[in-house]
Write a protein that binds this ligand. Structure first.
Ligand code: ZN
Length: 482
């Protein structure tokens, strides 16, 4: 399904922040910046002491700019370094502001390296009151003019300070957000790109709805504080800010909307509108997301970890499903990045012993070691405790092992729908069919599906079996919600 929205009226927002990449000293009104003049002969610390300034004041009000309009801006800089600034007309060491004010769509991209500044405009710094030298602790008032870009929308204006040689000084940027009025229609639009517009949830849960939109307009979307792109829930007016720092035209942006699910089962409509912070008004076609509140639940579980874990995480993420990974301690040691990803992406990491012994053959000490050693490894790697969720290798247990496991505070999790997928390491039609068939075979209201990372067939079957569970009103849960 596709929605297209168009946003109305734009204003101009103007803010300033000075950045120093190694040390962001950003404050609200008073922003300090350290100027590295990049003279390689000077020890860095000395250089930093020599060139230093603060912004005493600058324009803070919202200014509306039409397309092709020009605007005067004023900033007051205080020299807080040791060196005097010679800003006379013929100074060899004058300071400049260099702008990358965008005049074309997509030109407002600054990728942290001075070489990639685009559409540069150079402003030689002078003092409104005619001062030609600014000594330590003195201030100057600098007026300069900006002109709006062709297209309406939000832009990032970046300025850096230069010396006479006009080499841009990396890391010293004045950062403006600029919002330009005009014909907004070309600037902001999107298409809905979620794989699903409806999902099942358990009652009374804190959950996250994932909404993906493709930026089909001409202006990038940002996450930054003054001009962020957001989804607003129509009823509550709650805003959810874009997840990515920047979404260029043609790219996909994600909004992770936190919700509390209703206590009664049934169907609920959530409605969202897309917006850009500080736009005075906008007109957008709402995005409708259907929440089906159900008591049926399924935990997709993946065991062991031999093989490639990433494609499983990718597929689950793509379908907005959280799953449980019963991993071996030995696997966790070998694939620490994947363990961290499991946790970071909101899945549940659980304990499946260190190296997959048959627990019916183990002593008390061996049982405890297998589980606790794995727990320690996982905690060290991810910072997250897999306890109390444990699954027996082969699902094999006896009364003795159960008593030891339980005495140590662990809950062992079996399954309702085993798939036998470890028989199919490769991705084959027969293997996919087997996984799908058993995963969806008469599942109870609280279903636990057992699958294995080793099976590429299972990876292949995953989208279809997710679809089946979703269409059959099951909420996807991790083992802690069973
Ligand atoms: Zn296993």
């Amino acid at each position: 399904m596709k929605n297209k929205i168009l946003l109305a009226v734009l204003a101009i927002g103007l803010m300033s922040t000075l950045f120093y990449t190694q040390t962001n000293l950003s404050q609200n009104l008073k922003t300090q910046v350290l100027i590295d003049i990049s003279e390689k002969t000077n020890p860095r610390s000395e250089t930093l002491q020599s060139y230093n300034y603060e912004i005493i004041s600058q324009e803070k009000n919202t200014i509306k700019l039409d397309e092709n309009e020009e605007k005067n801006l004023t900033i007051i800089l205080q020299n807080t370094g040791k060196n005097s600034w010679d800003i006379s007309e013929n100074s060899k060491n004058s300071l400049y502001l260099k702008s990358i004010f965008p005049n074309e769509t997509n030109s407002n991209i600054y990728d942290k390296e001075e070489e990639n500044w685009q559409s540069p405009i150079l402003y030689k710094i002078s003092d409104k009151n005619g001062k030609t030298e600014i000594k330590t602790n003195e201030t100057l008032t600098f007026e300069f003019k900006i002109s709006s870009p062709k297209n309406a929308g939000y832009y990032k204006e970046k300025f850096g300070l230069l010396l006479e040689n006009k080499k841009l000084l990396r890391t010293k940027t004045l950062d403006f957000d600029i919002l330009v009025k005009g014909n907004y229609e070309d600037s902001y639009s999107y298409e809905y790109s979620n794989p699903i517009m409806k999902d099942n949830y358990l009652p009374n849960k804190e959950k996250q709805i994932q909404i993906k939109l493709i930026n089909t307009g001409k202006t990038p979307w940002y996450k930054s504080e003054n001009n962020y792109a957001y989804l607003q829930e129509t009823n509550t007016k709650t805003e959810t800010i874009l997840s990515e720092p920047q979404v260029l035209p043609g790219k996909e942006g994600t909004f992770l909307v936190n919700i509390k699910t209703p206590s009664e089962t049934g169907s609920y409509e959530k409605q969202f509108v897309f917006g850009i912070k500080d736009l005075k008004t906008f007109d957008s076609t709402p995005i409708n997301f259907e929440m089906n509140i159900t008591n049926k639940k399924v935990a997709l579980t993946f065991d062991d970890g031999y093989g490639e874990i990433d494609p499983f995480i990718d597929t689950l993420n793509e379908h907005n499903v959280k799953a449980t990974f019963f991993m071996l301690g030995a696997v966790a040691q070998n694939q620490p990045e994947q363990m961290r990803r499991i946790v970071a992406d909101g899945h549940r990491l659980a304990d499946h012993s260190y190296n997959h012994p048959d627990f019916r053959t183990l002593s008390r000490e061996e049982i405890v070691w297998q589980i606790e050693e794995t727990r320690k490894i996982m905690k060290d790697i991810t910072g997250v405790d897999p306890a109390p969720y444990f699954r027996y290798p082969y699902g094999a247990s006896n009364q003795f092992s159960n008593s030891v496991v339980e005495e140590n505070g662990w809950k062992w999790i079996h399954w309702t729908n085993g798939t036998g997928d470890y028989q199919h390491h490769e991705n084959s039609a027969a293997g996919r069919h087997q996984t799908y068939f058993y995963a969806t075979l008469n599942p109870p209201e609280s279903s636990i599906v057992l699958m294995h990372i080793i099976s590429k067939s299972t990876l292949g079957a995953l989208p279809d079996l997710i679809k089946w569970y979703r269409e059959n009103d099951y909420a996807f849960v991790t083992v802690d919600e069973l």
